[in-house]
Ligand binder design. Structure first.
Ligand SMILES: [Zn+2]
Length: 133
């Protein structure tokens, strides 16, 4: 299955914890250590409450397709990964978060489809890909 190519995040980037989770076979998202509110995307400013830190918490990895699109022609010169499908997934148990991620490009998707995450290795790096649940 084709997937777009992503480069590794820079060292000390706030997203490093997300990719460490992916490498461990988990989908981990950030939440505020004080009020426990999910914060996606996390940023360099930090969580919503003063003095709080990000807690990277493993989530179930199941959810519902909110929307999606299939890219049939690559935007990047020289890239040949198209077609691939990118979706916005509402994750179970993670209120207020819609995760942009790859959907299995070999599936005829519909809005509202139930999904579960799978981790595919591309160019030596694991990537989350949602497949039908
Ligand atoms: Zn907070």
């Amino acid at each position: 299955m084709p997937l777009p190519v992503f480069h590794n995040p820079p060292e000390n980037h706030v997203g490093t914890s997300f990719w460490e989770g992916v490498d461990a076979g988990e989908l981990r998202l950030a939440r505020c250590s004080s009020c426990q509110r999910w914060q996606w995307y996390p940023d360099d400013v930090g969580p919503c409450c003063p003095g709080a830190t990000y807690e990277w918490t493993a989530v179930a990895g199941t959810g519902t397709v909110h929307t999606f699109t299939t890219v049939r022609r690559s935007f990047l010169p020289g890239a040949s990964t198209a077609p691939y499908t990118v979706g916005l997934v509402e994750l179970d148990g993670v209120d207020g978060v819609r995760l942009v991620s790859n959907l299995d490009a070999d599936v005829e998707w519909s809005i509202g489809d139930r999904v579960t995450v799978r981790f595919d290795e591309v160019d030596g790096r694991a990537h989350p890909v949602f497949v039908p649940a």
